[in-house]
Structures are given as structure tokens and as C-alpha cells.
Design a protein around this ligand. Structure first.
Ligand code: 2NL
Length: 340
């Protein structure tokens, strides 16, 4: 402090005090700053005010005013800093530990994922993938598959006809028929694809749905191959402890026919295990000899088995989804949960 110019000294003190306040990181340090500048006995600003009486009378009002102004400014800064410090350590403006926001890259639709997983299992078991047209004829979709056109499935109530005898396939079986026409046995194929039926859109039906069919034709293929291969598929898809049940059923293109059910074993996070109810996963059976003949093969020489399943139904069971329509509404908040 220069005795010669108390006003300049006050300005210097003000700057010094404000810097010290800004640098104080805790209430104790701030309190020492307060005592150093504004303390009643030791405070440097207070000392100037106390020394007013020693100044020439004409200087006193100006220095007094300046000292009071500095005292006010420093008090306010102290109060503000104290409030900031008492709310806890100041949060850094950016949390550098947060993971970066990644760009949404998209993901495979849950039905596509189910198709891929199912297809890969059969590929590992020696199957190849086949495809064919979505618009096909009554012959390939029905008659060749031992389904006469007066069968209810062929009714316009159930099938989407385009023109005359051309329709949107109601299953992927026409793909297998066409493959058999072009190739000699052994046949081991998986035919995934969209199929169409005149169904009302509800929680369990969609007029367009993904289907996966499989077909095996060879010499000496028996019911044992049929059961063993599908049981192995079930273990690979649903887990090694999965049990399989074949319930008698009917399809025009297989005889005998069965609905295939699985019972899964679920291991909870705490390690305890629980068996599910029986879940129906597909329809299947031994290929009807009429179908084998319609393919141009000798039904005395060749036998086979086939199955059909809906991957959306499988995805629904797997993920605990209760309404098929959620797969088709394309709400990204729903679908993103399945993105891998
Ligand atoms: C189901 C039932 C099934 C087949 C599809 C088939 C194909 C040929 C010959 C014999 Cl080429 N069978 N496919 C067999 C049994 C059942 O589908 O519930 N699908 C969703």
C-alpha cells in the first residue's frame, strides 16, 4: 500500500482480492482471504478505512467512497464464491469418462436374425439354401403338393390370387418342388422366404410372413432321420438340454405328419434351472409318396421328410414378444433392442 495514493492502492487490493477469491478451492482458504482483506483488525481494506482520519480532510470523502466500494465488491465476490464452494466440489463442465456417442449403425431385423440362425444350423447339418418365385402357379403351390384345388387352403378366402391360376405362394413348398424338378436326390435344402395368406392382421397373424421350410429326399431316409435331425436342430437352437415332442397332426403333403414341440431349460441368473411349457415350433412329417412322384422321382426308391416353420413365431418365443405386429411397425425403439 502506498501512503501517497490510497485510491490506487485500493484498486490494486481489489484486483488482488478478486484473484485470491477466484483461486480459493475450499471454504477455509476463502475464509483466510476474507480475513486478509476485510478482517476487522488485520484486513488490508479495513486498514485503509481506519486510516482515513490521518488523510487531509479534502481527500477523505473520495478515499472513503473508494474503500467502501472495494469492500462491497470484495464482499459480494466472497459470498458468491462461498455459495459455489458450499454446493460441493465444482462439477467439471464435461464428463470425460462418458462413453462416446456412437453413430446408429442399424442392425438386422429380429426376423432376419432368426432366419440366419436357423439356416446356419441346417447348413452345418449339410443343407443348402434354395429359393424361388413369390408368385407361382396353383400347380406348384397346391396340386403338386397333394392339395386338390377344392381343398379349403386353396380357397380364395385363404389365398391371394393374382390372375387365373397364378397366386402369391402360401408357403415355400413350391421352391422345394421346383428344386426337385431340377436336381436328382439326394436333396437336403432349406427354403426361407416371404409367403402370403389372406389373414386378418392381428397379434398372431400377418398376411405376409416369413417361412422356412426344409426338405430331405434320399434312398433309405426313415422316420428316425426325421426325428433325430429335428431334435438335434432343437438342441442347437434352444440349448443342449432341450427336449422335443412329436404330436400327431395332418398336412396334405406329409404322411405321417406331426407338430413339433420343444421344452426348454432356462438357467436363471442365480443359477437355478426351470423347464418351460411345451412350445410348438414347427409342422413336419414324412413326405407323402404322391409328392415324391409329382416331383418326378420314384417313390418306391426314394423317401424323405420335410418341415415348415415361421421364424417370426420363433423370434416371438425367443424374445418374449407378445404381439407379432410389433415386428412390422418398424418402431426403431423396439427394433433397436434386437440390434446386435
Ligand atoms: C407349418 C407346416 C410344413 C412341409 C411344411 C413340405 C414341403 C414339401 C413336401 C412335403 Cl416339398 N412337405 N413342407 C411339411 C410339413 C409341414 O409346414 O406349420 N408351417 C408353418
Amino acid at each position: 500500500m502506498t501512503d501517497e495514493n490510497p485510491t490506487a492502492a485500493l484498486e490494486a487490493l481489489e484486483g488482488e482480492a478478486l484473484r485470491a477469491i477466484a483461486l480459493a478451492e475450499d471454504p477455509d482458504t476463502l475464509e483466510r482471504v476474507r480475513v486478509d482483506f476485510l478482517g476487522r483488525s488485520e484486513g488490508r481494506v479495513s486498514a485503509i478505512l481506519r486510516g482515513l482520519g490521518r488523510l487531509p480532510p479534502e481527500e477523505r470523502p473520495a478515499v472513503g467512497q473508494a474503500a467502501n466500494r472495494v469492500k462491497g465488491v470484495v464482499s459480494a465476490a466472497l459470498e458468491e464464491r462461498m455459495a459455489a464452494l458450499s454446493t460441493g466440489p465444482a462439477a467439471p463442465p464435461v464428463d470425460l469418462t462418458l462413453p462416446a456417442r456412437t453413430r446408429w449403425k442399424g442392425g438386422l431385423h429380429p426376423i432376419t436374425q432368426a432366419v440366419d440362425e436357423i439356416w446356419r444350423i441346417f447348413r452345418d447339418l449339410g443343407f443348402t439354401r434354395a429359393r424361388g418365385p413369390e408368385a407361382d402357379t396353383e400347380w406348384y403351390n397346391f396340386e403338386a403338393l397333394n392339395t386338390p384345388l377344392d381343398h379349403p387352403a386353396a380357397d380364395e378366402q385363404d389365398t391371394l390370387y393374382l390372375v387365373d391360376s397364378v397366386l402369391l405362394r402360401s408357403h415355400t413348398s413350391p421352391v422345394q418342388m421346383r428344386t426337385m424338378e431340377r436336381h436328382e436326390p439326394p436333396i437336403r435344402i432349406i427354403a426361407p422366404g416371404w409367403v402370403y395368406r389372406r389373414d386378418t392382421y392381428d397379434a398372431t397373424h400377418t398376411p405376409a410372413f416369413m417361412q422356412i421350410e426344409g426338405l430331405v429326399i434320399d434312398e433309405g431316409v426313415t422316420f428316425v432321420d426325421f426325428k433325430a435331425t429335428l431334435a438335434e436342430f432343437a438342441r442347437r437352437y434352444w440349448g443342449p438340454d432341450t427336449r422335443t415332442r412329436f404330436r400327431p397332426s395332418f398336412f396334405p403333403f406329409t404322411e405321417p405328419s406331426a407338430e413339433v414341440d420343444v421344452k426348454r431349460v432356462i438357467t436363471r441368473p442365480d443359477g437355478t434351472r426351470e423347464e418351460t411349457d411345451w412350445l410348438e415350433i414347427m409342422g413336419a412329417g414324412m413326405v407323402d409318396p404322391n409328392v415324391i412322384e409329382n416331383a418326378g422321382y420314384d417313390a418306391e426308391k426314394y423317401t424323405g421328410w420335410a418341415f415348415g416353420m415361421g421364424p417370426a413365431r420363433i423370434a416371438k418365443l425367443k424374445h418374449g414378444v407378445d404381439d407379432l405386429r410389433t415386428f412390422f411397425e418398424n418402431d426403431i425403439r423396439f427394433l433397436a433392442q434386437f440390434a446386435s
